[in-house]
Ligand binder design. Structure first.
Ligand SMILES: [Zn+2]
Length: 98
């Protein structure tokens, strides 16, 4: 199957990688009721946020949700998030850790 954006076969297409590299992603943690901490990652554009959330939950072995362009993970994972996002193809200088 060819990519609908560049017309190249899927194995040659780099659209997803290019899209990922151009994202400015914000990572922060937030304290919820009863002292529960969540990690919020947002700023995603034109990528499959559900798929990224699934991947993150698997890598971190935690629960979480995704909605629109925002991922919420249970627990504070801000210190690990940059390395993981880079591994997933996002570029390090586009990741803001609060
Ligand atoms: Zn493409």
């Amino acid at each position: 199957m060819n990519c609908p954006r560049c017309g190249l076969p899927e194995e040659l297409c780099v659209c997803d990688e290019m899209t990922k590299e151009g994202q400015r992603i914000r990572v922060r943690s937030d304290k919820r009721r009863y002292g529960k901490v969540v990690t919020i990652i947002d700023g995603f554009k034109d990528v499959d946020v559900d798929k990224i959330a699934k991947d993150l939950k698997k890598r971190l072995a935690c629960g979480g949700t995704s909605k629109n362009d925002k991922i919420e993970l249970q627990g504070d994972h801000t210190h690990k998030m940059k390395d993981i996002l880079i591994e997933m193809g996002f570029s390090g200088n586009m990741i803001d850790i609060a």
